[in-house]
Design a protein around this ligand. Sequence first.
Ligand SMILES: C[S@@+](CC[C@H](N)C(=O)[O-])C[C@H]1O[C@@H](n2cnc3c(N)ncnc32)[C@H](O)[C@@H]1O
Length: 330
Amino acid sequence: MDSTLAHTDLNDPSKTKTVLFYNDVITGLKSTPKRLNSKYFYDANGDKLFQELMNSPEYYPTDCELEIFSEKTAEIADALIADGDAFDLIELGAGDATKSTYLLKYLLEKKADFTYLPIDISENVIAYLNMTLPVTLPGLQITGLNGEYFHMLTKAASISSRRKVVLFLGSNIGNMPINDAIEFCRELRKHLSPGDMALIGMDLKKDPKVVLAAYNDKEGITKRFNLNLLERINRELNSNFDVSKFEHYPTYDPETGACKSYLISTADQRVTINGKETIAFLKDEYIYMEISQKFTIMQADQIAINTGFVPVGQFFDTKKWFIDAIWVAA
Ligand SMILES: C[S@@+](CC[C@H](N)C(=O)[O-])C[C@H]1O[C@@H](n2cnc3c(N)ncnc32)[C@H](O)[C@@H]1O
């Protein structure tokens, strides 16, 4: 039996993260129905799998948003620069920052006075951005912040009181049910001052077959991405998931726009987490892994208006499959 966690020093930051992970996993797997929080997808392996997924032919959201950022860089940047005051460009869940790099490059060329503050829960992502961006974008002022969205947004505000422009791309906002997304935007608004801006990427409702294929790619990357979370639990929490006994099952409901991923247990089985807690699975029982909500354009505006923002700009890809909306804090 591993007793690492029982003796964890909660003042040790790396152990605190492990304890939080452990508590969330146990709470989720003891719930009915069982669930895991998709924010834990992103360890170093998960980051790599997500990059593979972004390059897969079926995963259209990245291509759509890349098109917007590469084709409409100047319009987006000019809207964010506004009247030219110095600002902090804060990116929530930055990932590899491929799309924002277009914007950063243009802002540097325009000699805009800004600091880039990428926030990500993945340590690996922040280390990568801190190391690579100053090389690829000479002159960039960057301070990477590793942690949860709002903890790090509070930290960003403690570092600087300049005008804030918050990027939240990749339809990360869709990784929460709509009511939680509304709450999230309300909370975001509380962290901002009137005149601050947000640029929110949202995946739009479209042909259900196109949506479902993106979460069920032929190469099985999404499947490996989901199973990686069980493997992460094995690696970091001394557990014994047999990943060959779980199947990836994505669904899309065109009515609600909810695209959900599940892992289905293919046998009656028991899994021991950290040598302490045993979780029983029945054959065909599922773990709810992730939601990737799809929106209508009207819903995007409504969310802004209902949470204290004024929608002031909309950018679309040519297929109109994705929107990057600019909101100003009222
Ligand atoms: C779907 S990826 C998108 C990355 C990037 N925004 C893009 O559009 O390509 C989500 C990113 O958000 C980060 N993330 C997820 N939940 C988070 C949270 N609660 N706090 C901070 N970062 C989070 C993940 O580590 C990951 O890098």
